[in-house]
Structures are given as C-alpha cells and as structure tokens.
Design a protein around this ligand. Structure first.
Ligand code: N01
Length: 534
C-alpha cells in the first residue's frame, strides 16, 4: 500500500450533524480522524439547502447536537430556525469543536476501496486527495442526490431554471417574477410561502397535495435560553419517543375516544404545532385505516376552511384522502394555504392534467399552457439510498455497494453492511432516518459507532464485518414490519416510489427511536451479528 497516502484511524465523509459529532467524540477518545467534505464549509444539508424559505421542521433545542460545549454557548432566535440561522449554528459548532482544522473542504469523494490485506479503506476524492483509514464513516445524509424528472423538452425552456437543492449562493430574485414551481413537498411548500407574497404570478404544479400541518413558529429571546441545566435531560428524554421528539403517540386507538374527545385531542395536537399531529397522534394512525381516515377528515376540514376558492380547495385539500395521512411526509406551514387566496397564485393539478412538455416560454399540460420566466424544480431527491449512488464503495472482493443494493437494500442495524468491513454510516438506509428528528437518530448511532471503535481498539481487533445472517434477519424484519402498516399505500420517497424504476421497499426503520436504541444497546452487550478479526 502506497505510504504517501495519509493514514487516519477514521475517515469521515461529510461535515453535517453526524460528521461533526463523530469527529468530536472520536478525537476525544484519542483516534486520528479526518473529514472529507464536498462543500466549502461545515453544515451538511444546511449548506446546500438555501432556497427561499428553507427552514427546519423540528423545533429547538430538540434539533440540536447534545454536546454541552456546543449548546451551552448557543441560543436560537426562533423555535423553527431558518437556513441562515442554521448556518450560523454550524459556524458556532465549527468554532467550538474545531471541525475545520481536521477537515478537507471542497473534497468530493468518489471512490472508497476496502483492502483486505491491510484491513483499511482507501478513499479518493475528485480533487485528487486520498486517505487511508481503518474505519470509513459515511455521514452524507438521506437527501443529497437531487431528482429532476425527465420532462419532455425541458431544455427548450428559455427562462431561468433552478433545482431547490442547487440554489445559487447569490440568491435568486423572486420579486415581480412569473414563476413556475413544480413540486409540493416540504421544499415546494416553503418556496410557495416566500414567492406568493412577492411574485407577479405563481403557478404551483401539484401532483399530490401536501397534508401540511401548522408550524406555530415562535420567536425566542436569549434570556429564555440562558439556563441550560435541563438540556442533558432533554436530550435523553427525546430518545424515549418514536420520532425523537418530546412528544409521542398516545397509547389509545382513535376509536377508543368519543367524537367529542377526538375533536379536542386533534385540536390540541394542531395547537401544539410542529409534528405533533403526525407523531403524537393515536398509536394506530399508521396501522388502522379508520383511525387514519378520522385524522384525515379533521385535517381536511381545517385546511379547506382557509382556502376561499372551492376549486383550489378541492385540489389542495380534497375530500378524499390522496394517501393515508402521514404516509408521505407532511410539511409544516405558516401561511401556505393563504397564498392561494391571492388571485395571482394558482395551483395546477398535474395529476388531472399531466405535464406534457416544456416550451420556450413555460410548459404545456394536457389541458393548457402556462408561461413563466423562472422555473423552480422542487422535485426532491433520490432519497436515502440515492445518496450512495454517486459513490463507488467497493467492499470484500471488489463488490460495489450500489450493485449490492440494486435488487434490494440490505443492511445490518441501518448502520453497516455485510462484506463492507469497518464501514458505518449515519442517518441512512434502514435506520429511523426519515421518521426521526435527525439529531436524535444521530445521537443513538454516534454512541454505537464510538463504542464499537473503542471496543475494537481495546481488544486489538482490526476489522469487523456484519454477518450475512444478521443482515438478512434485520432486513427481513424491516420488510415484514412495513406490511403491517399503511405506508405501502402511498407513493413516497420513504419507499423509493418517487423515482421511476427504483425498487419499492421501506427504506427506513419504522419501529421508532426507543426500539432502535434498545436494539443497538442489546447488540453492544454481546456483539450479536458482528464478526471481529485481528
Ligand atoms: O422533496 P419531495 P422535497 N411531476 O420528494 C413532485 C426534507 N426536507 O425537497 O408527491 C410533477 O418531498 C412530487 O410529487 P408527488 C424532508 O424530509 C426538509 O420537498 O411525488 N411533480 C413532490 O410534490 C422532505 O420530505 C425540509 O406526487 C413531481 C415534489 O415533487 C425531503 O427533504 C425542507 C414530479 C417532491 O417532493 C424531501 O423534500 C425541505 C413530476 N414528474 C426538505 N416528480 C424541512 O425540514 C416529483 N414531483 C423543512
């Protein structure tokens, strides 16, 4: 093995929440650690997501690293911070944890190869940088590969075009513009709220309505955050709930309550704001069609009463649910529905009149023609597994990870993969990822990763490999569990259904953070499913 390639105990890919956290703990424990990061700065998803209105849907301090040095010297200005503030937060993280000193920025990793003889990974980036490492930790998030549908004639369009995840650093003027916006996921909803008030005209091309929930933003002052004594307890408490929040599903079926009790309960969840109506609802919301229908009826009534035009209301909040409530991610909104009460903000139902082709001046659906000068593609991501598709990761025998996952995603614990020794990843396939508050999931996974690396050092092991049997058992359970739920009834990115031709399978662990955390703890007791080698 060429000795001119720098060696580290641990090479981390990505300087977002997970990368920064792992760097901190592993360095503390005396390991040599390096981060390779594609962006010019720390922040991960909050570097790339800078489109107008980009804002987190988890509230603070839940959406925060549980590292005292970081939280003790930081306070937020709002309950749901926007991307600018999150960037400031990451500057603070960098300053306190000194992330930059151990990070190569502008370093886009393309290849990683496992070498059996030296029991190390060799990692190569586009800019020619290389590193060898005992452990390779990919912390690249679940939404780093953009998706742009193969629209006919898109290149004919003469106006300005931007995908939300490649928004120019210098910003894009929305004022007085005629805007075409495709997509009504979280991104589309947030952009609508920004574009609606300032545009000349906005056409929102909606294929599926977003069953948005009220955010209830609140502004925070520094004095209310000066006492951090309880924060450690909060970060432990967030691990006790399904979604890694401070609220959880109630231990009742929807039909255990009378209609009056249900109405009060649903209203309280709406009044709480955030994801409460989603993951603090009746526990049978995702398994019982009747419970789900009752929740949808409440939601539909609440949303439609805010939309004045009955035709728009029928598209944005239809009487018949487009999919079971919550089986696609609801976005949090502040004044989304009110935007459509403006005469210059339109919603075009492209499930009824599909986009046929683009023209020089806009697009043509099967029913009409729409002209605009700015096209915003809020069409999302090849989510969860897609983040791995541009990376050639070759494990034992040169097998590529993306080949291994082509037929079916297979992992052990949503953390590692059989025959990819010493490779671990965070916030990715078959972990609680999309059903959890990011930092909560990362807290649980970081502990496991740091523990196993320390354990191996203490026992002089140079590699570990998840066993094939353990991987099969874990993967089968994910695929079995999902059949007991309503998730397969929606075409969602949770199940890979947003990408044409992608295998439909549940890409996330669906039993919640407490079950996941207990599972990892139980594995740590005897390292079940893990084969170590000297
Ligand atoms: O992407 P999405 P996103 N013709 O995949 C539509 C996180 N996030 O960027 O629903 C017409 O949700 C597609 O329609 P349909 C968060 O986890 C968080 O919004 O497939 N339309 C859909 O409306 C989120 O869930 C935050 O029918 C087409 C949209 O494009 C995840 O990232 C903010 C189409 C894509 O929505 C992804 O969110 C932003 C076509 N051919 C993102 N193809 C916060 O925390 C796709 N669409 C706030």
């Amino acid at each position: 093995m060429a000795s001119d390639i720098p060696y580290y105990d641990v090479l981390i890919l990505g300087a977002g929440f997970s990368g920064c956290s792992l760097l901190h703990y592993l360095r503390r424990d005396g390991f040599s650690v390096r981060i390779f990061e594609k962006a010019p700065t720390v922040g991960g998803t909050w570097y790339w997501n800078r489109y107008p209105g980009a804002r987190v849907d988890s509230d603070v301090p839940i959406y925060e690293l549980n590292i005292p040095e970081v939280y003790e010297s930081w306070s937020w200005s709002s309950r749901f911070p926007d991307w600018q503030e999150l960037r400031q937060y990451f500057k603070h993280v960098d300053k306190v944890l000194e992330v930059s000193k151990d990070t190569d920025f502008n370093t886009n990793v393309t290849d990683a190869v496992w070498d059996e003889a030296s029991q190390t990974w060799t990692v190569t980036a586009e800019n020619g940088k290389r590193a060898r490492a005992r452990f390779f930790l990919t912390c690249i998030g679940f939404a780093s590969k953009n998706f742009t549908p193969d629209f006919k004639g898109l290149s004919k369009f003469k106006g300005e075009v931007h995908h939300s995840n490649e928004w120019p650093e210098t910003g894009v003027n929305l004022e007085g513009r005629r805007i075409g916006l495709i997509g009504t996921g979280s991104t589309g909803v947030q952009i609508t709220q920004e574009a609606g008030p300032v545009c000349k005209e906005l056409f929102v091309f909606q294929r599926t309505p977003n069953l948005c929930l009220p955010m209830h933003q609140a502004y925070l002052d520094e004095s209310s955050q000066s006492d951090k004594a309880g924060y450690d307890a909060i970060y432990q408490k967030r691990l006790n709930s399904f979604g890694g929040f401070l609220f959880d599903f109630v231990k009742k079926k929807a039909t255990d309550d009378t209609p009056g009790q249900r109405e009060k309960f649903y209203q309280a969840l709406f009044d709480h704001g955030g994801f409460a109506f989603w993951v603090a609802n009746y526990y049978d919301l995702f398994t019982d069609p009747e419970s789900n229908r009752l929740a949808y009826e409440f939601w539909q009534r609440k949303a439609s009463e805010r939309i004045k035009d009955p035709k728009k209301a029928a598209i944005l909040a239809p009487k018949v649910a487009p999919h079971p409530f919550g089986t696609k991610r609801p976005s949090l909104e502040q004044n989304y529905y009110e935007q459509f009460n403006k005469p210059n903000v339109h919603v075009v139902d492209v499930s009824a009149e599909p986009i046929a082709e683009f023209t020089e001046k806009g697009l043509r659906t099967t029913d009409g023609e729409y002209e605009f000068d700015l096209l915003i593609l809020a069409t999302g991501f090849d989510a969860v597994t897609g983040s791995y598709k541009n990376l050639k990761i070759r494990g034992v025998g040169g097998v590529e990870l993306s080949e291994k996952w082509a037929k079916q995603t297979q992992t052990y614990l949503g953390l590692t993969v059989h025959d990819f020794p010493n490779l671990m990843y965070t916030y990715g396939p078959q972990a609680p990822t999309a059903f959890s508050n990011g930092p909560s999931c990362i807290q649980v996974q970081t502990k496991f990763i740091v523990d196993i690396i320390n354990y191996m050092r203490d026992h002089n092991y140079s590699s570990f490999n998840a066993t094939s049997d353990a991987e099969t058992e874990y993967t089968d359970e994910i695929n079995e569990e999902v059949t007991k739920t309503l998730f397969p009834l929606a075409k969602s990115w949770y199940m890979g259904a947003n990408i044409p031709g992608k295998k439909i399978e549940m890409l996330n662990y669906i039993k919640g953070i407490p079950a996941y955390s207990s599972l990892l703890d139980s594995v740590e007791e005897n390292w079940k499913g893990v084969a170590f080698a000297n």
